[in-house]
Ligand binder design. Structure first.
Ligand SMILES: [Zn+2]
Length: 163
């Protein structure tokens, strides 16, 4: 009986040691997997933001060239133009080489006071040093810097009616 006690104790402490060892090992594994998971998340986010920046360098900005066409009174929309990073407007026109490309304002109005989903791109007079208000050539409304789109319900109607 006297001899059983120490033996039992030792086997208990062995078991305890085994248990603690496993737990410590498990803890290390969790730490490792946590790090891997964090790296995957961070790396994924980095790739996502880079690809986003590449595919859409100036989110939603369209450009318009003041002098690309034969008529200087008719600026030419350049829907596929991307401003070179680090440059400032006016940008060099790809077709004429002249520094005459500006960010365009978008006008979603139609002449009868409704909206359309494809905006008219408008060049602001102030960019090219012309006096007076900028008037949209399509609908005749005044166009402002950071021109406001029509109210949501008017835009929704345009979408429903396929304009
Ligand atoms: Zn308009």
């Amino acid at each position: 009986m006297g001899k059983w006690k120490p033996g039992g104790r030792s086997s208990m402490s062995d078991r305890l040691r085994d248990f603690l060892g496993d737990a410590a090992g498990g803890g290390k594994n969790w730490k490792l997997w946590g790090t891997v998971a964090a790296l995957v998340v961070v790396g994924g986010f980095a790739i996502w933001s880079i690809s986003n920046a590449v595919s859409n360098p100036q989110s939603g900005t369209n450009y318009i060239a003041a002098v690309d066409g034969s008529d200087p009174e008719k600026p030419v929309p350049l829907p596929r133009f991307y401003a070179p990073a680090g440059d400032k407007a006016p940008y060099k026109s790809p077709s004429t080489g002249k520094a005459a490309v500006w960010p365009a304002e978008k006008c979603y109005w139609t002449r009868d006071g409704k909206a359309k989903t494809e905006p008219t791109l408008v060049l602001l007079n102030s960019y090219v040093g012309k006096p007076g208000d900028t008037i949209c050539p399509d609908c005749g409304k005044k166009v402002y810097p950071r021109n406001k789109p029509p109210p949501d319900n008017v835009m929704a109607e345009a979408e429903r009616e396929g304009r």
